[in-house]
Design a protein around this ligand. Structure first.
Ligand code: UDP
Ligand code: MG
Length: 337
């Protein structure tokens, strides 16, 4: 599918400048859009890149939709993708990244459209990219502007992810980052549907560097992430990055089996050697303990296989190649094709 891209008008005798897509998901942000464009223009004018703005309308209301259309009619460097309904922040971002990649951009920069991610950081991100990094991510420094609840849940969540999965996500990282075309290609080639971009961009590897910034207050409107959406994002993140919960069942089952076997010795002893037991007690306890332990162990074994199946079904590539160098390069990439 060809994205509806209006290429920026080529100025006379220009050299080829790297094309950068600025991708931003929009959900009912009519009060923020003009300000966003103004600030982006302020920052981007004069930089040696060809910028394209990709605004992804994630099923916004009429007002925002109409404004997006009006803006797209005014500006040649603006692409608007209207999604058919509200698919959520992560899906909207993925849509923008994928279409921008297909249109052939050299790099993609993503940021929220509510101006919490300061456009003034863009030159810094670009210069790290030019310095050779494939993924330039950002780390929120001063979190006084975010609510205490969000700060604490986020911190706990990233600690949990770091503990249970092999992928670590820098605490305070948000969906404000720049990807080189190679990293972008790797990211969108991941076949899974539950997209947790923070985890996936960390998982793909390549050369990564973090840039610190101070988050800004939302320019207008309130957060679109209510508790339900946060919960869904959290579960998506956890389940897509680790199968530990499935594997943990086995450990729990084995522990319970072991403990109940020990207790069984006592129950049988008490049954035969003392007269303190009520008739029927020993047999009930034996049945409950043994079956409980066996149940959990069997579930755990099933969990192991389910975890394997889940990993296989996701079909993530076993490895990703960042670059091919040297004389064998041509042949190797020939074979890879
Ligand atoms: N957003 C979206 N779809 C949604 C919810 C949010 O595209 O269903 C966009 C929203 O317009 C904003 C970004 O995702 O540009 C981040 O959302 P928000 O600022 O509400 O999240 P927070 O900053 O509170 O985490
Ligand atoms: Mg926000």
């Amino acid at each position: 599918m060809e994205p509806a891209l209006l290429p920026p008008a080529p100025a006379a005798n220009t050299v080829h400048l790297p094309r950068v897509a600025i991708v931003s998901p929009v959900y009912n942000e009519s009060e923020n859009l003009r300000e966003l464009l103004t600030r982006l223009d302020e920052v981007c004018t004069g930089l040696p890149y060809t910028f394209e703005l990709w605004l992804i309308n994630d099923g916004s209301n009429e007002e925002t939709t109409a404004l997006l259309d009006a803006l797209a009619a005014q500006r040649r460097d603006l692409v608007v993708l209207h999604l058919s309904r509200n698919f959520g922040h992560q899906a909207a971002l993925s849509a923008g990244l994928e279409e921008a990649y297909r249109s052939g951009v050299d790099g993609a920069l993503m940021l929220d459209s509510d101006l919490q991610h300061p456009p003034s950081l863009i030159p810094e991100l670009l210069s790290q990219w030019r310095a050779g990094y494939d993924v330039v991510y950002t780390i929120r420094d001063d979190q006084v502007r975010t609510s205490a609840f969000k700060r604490i849940t986020a911190r706990l969540f990233y600690r949990l992810i770091g503990w249970v999965s092999e992928t670590t996500i820098t605490p305070g990282s948000a969906d404000f980052r720049l990807l080189d075309r190679r990293a972008l290609e790797a990211l969108i080639s991941l076949p899974e549907r539950g997209r947790f971009l923070r985890g996936l961009t960390s998982w793909i590897g390549f050369r990564q560097v973090g840039v610190h910034y101070v988050p800004q207050a939302r320019f207008a409107g309130g957060s679109k992430y209510d508790l339900k959406r946060m919960y869904r994002l959290g579960i998506d993140g956890l389940v897509s990055m680790t199968t530990l919960p499935l594997r943990a069942i086995l450990a729990v089952g084995l522990c319970i089996s072991l403990l109940s076997l020990t207790y069984l010795v006592y129950v049988i002893g008490a049954h035969f050697l003392t007269n303190r037991t009520i008739p029927g007690w020993s047999s009930v306890i034996v049945a409950v303990l043994l079956l409980g332990g066996i149940n959990l162990t069997v579930l755990g074994v099933m969990g192991l296989y389910m975890a394997k199946i889940y990993d296989e079904v996701k079909g993530r590539p076993l490895f990703l190649v960042r670059a091919r160098v040297g004389a064998h390069r041509a042949r190797a990439s020939e074979r890879a094709r």
